[in-house]
Design a protein around this ligand. Structure first.
Ligand code: HAM
Length: 436
């Protein structure tokens, strides 16, 4: 007796064995309507433009990301989750989707199909960064890639797909930021120009910016350090130093967006965090997240990526939306998630349980969503549960009803109820809910 008591005591006070890993989140039932909406709109909008679904593995060789993202990218330098498997291969949890999709495009011979190949995807991604509001270590993206065509009109198409996705979700306040970062013809000279501009001021820069000065001076524009602000403001912009083909492509993108009536802000400081971009880059920003995490999504053209991965040089363009961040904006726009429950079927005493369970089955067979709640319990407690689940109708059966083969049907919105014979149940419910 004593022993058992001691045991249960230590059990009660024991700490849980595991906790959620830092920077991860559980997507709970209350979150799911938002995720369903985001994925539904992704399929709908991508599908309308002929983008087809693709899913690639969660882990890939580390080298794929090292070669694609470029040495100076934080995503590679600091943020990748890498591990060595039992055969001593270095693998990485994917930090982004574009490089794996370009790999899959060549692996599967999609480069032999009519071009461009239009693909979309949703899934989890991983970056080891300091977690904060809107920034996670496991996060989720919806993205599209159009591979195999260099026309700037495809850039416009990609931007429109993303824009329409936000419109379908009815998230207001999204602003589109646009820039061109040139290509291998004009960017090297501009990079030197930028270094010349910054060189006399190196001692005034933050430590991180000094490192960027060496590796990739374009990323100096990404600095959020107040110390770097003044210099950043006066720095030369790449849009003023584009070669003729890049300038022409940028003109077409701007004209295309204007003709689609999509408002955009030219942002000469937008350079993006991954090194594979050429020409068009863009971001969809939203005020609700504030600070550094204000990008709900972003993308651009990556005409040099395939060659950097060792494949035949092939142009591409796409974007990825951050679903975790978009969910935050979506909840703000629509605080009440829609419920998906039609009927809450209650038995008030244990002997009625199987009867009510069977009634629920017959309603489900008609297409209704029905939750069964066994007894015994007090009626008011059961009705509170039905309301919490957002049910439109509650069915109530106690010993009295069971005996008379009657069922109480309660309209949860109007708070009225009637009693019907079992054979009238389906017709009454279908009058109240429609369908069935
Ligand atoms: P990215 O800008 O690195 O681009 O990520 C796209 C979006 O994913 C961001 O705008 C953000 O909303 C979300 N995101 C990124 N990191 C995190 C994080 N740690 N926590 C929460 N959300 C995050 C790419 O990944 C490119 N692959 C996009 C692309 C596709 N470019 C061309 N095609």
């Amino acid at each position: 007796m004593e022993l058992r008591k001691a045991h249960s005591l230590s059990f009660d006070t024991m700490a849980p064995i595991a906790q959620r890993a830092r920077g991860t989140q559980d997507l709970l039932p209350a979150d799911q309507p938002y995720w369903d909406a985001m994925e539904g709109a992704a399929k709908n909008q991508a599908g309308r433009f002929g983008y087809q679904r693709i899913e690639t593995p969660i882990f890939e060789s580390t080298e794929l990301f090292q070669r694609s993202a470029g040495e100076s990218s934080d995503v590679v330098a600091k943020e990748m989750y890498t591990f060595t498997d039992r055969s001593s291969r270095s693998l990485a949890l994917r930090p982004e989707g574009t490089a794996p999709i370009v790999r899959a495009y060549f692996d599967a011979g999609l480069d032999q199909e009519p071009q461009p190949v239009r693909l979309f995807y949703t899934g989890p991604y991983f970056r080891y960064d300091r977690p904060q509001a809107g920034r996670f270590r496991e996060f989720h993206q919806f993205g599209i890639e159009a591979i195999g065509d260099g026309s700037p009109v495809i850039d416009v198409e990609a931007i429109v797909v993303g824009w329409n996705w936000f419109a379908e979700l009815e998230i207001g306040g999204v602003s589109l930021h646009l820039n061109s970062i040139g290509d291998e013809v004009c960017r090297p000279a501009y990079r030197e120009l930028l270094r010349e501009y910054y060189r006399p001021h190196l001692s005034k820069l933050s430590e991180e910016s000094r490192a960027r000065f060496e590796k990739n001076p374009l990323r100096l524009f990404d600095s959020k350090d107040p110390q770097d602000e003044a210099l950043k403001r006066e720095a030369p912009h790449i849009v003023d130093h584009l070669c003729a083909p890049c300038a022409e492509a940028f003109r077409v993108v701007k004209e295309g967006l204007a003709s689609e009536e999509i408002p955009y802000a030219l942002n000469p400081e937008l350079v993006r965090g991954l090194d594979y971009y050429t020409r068009t880059v863009f971001e969809y920003q939203h005020a609700s997240l504030g600070g550094a995490q204000n990008a709900l999504g972003g993308g651009g053209r990556y005409d040099g990526l395939a060659a950097a991965l060792g494949y035949r040089s092939t142009p591409g363009v796409g974007f990825a939306m951050g679903l975790d961040r978009t969910a935050i904006a979506l909840k703000e726009a629509k605080p009440a998630a829609p419920t998906a429950l039609d009927i809450y079927a209650v038995s008030l005493e244990a002997p009625d349980e199987l009867y009510v369970f069977h009634l629920a089955s017959s309603l489900r067979a008609r297409g209704y969503r029905v939750v069964f709640d066994p007894g015994p319990a007090r009626l008011d407690a059961k009705l509170r549960k039905a309301a919490r689940r957002g049910a439109r109708v509650a069915l109530l059966v106690g010993p009295e009803e069971r005996e008379k083969q009657q069922i109480v049907i309660r309209d949860m919105h109007a708070k009225t109820q009637t009693s019907v014979a079992e054979r009238e149940l389906l017709s009454t419910v279908s009058q109240m809910l429609g369908g069935g």
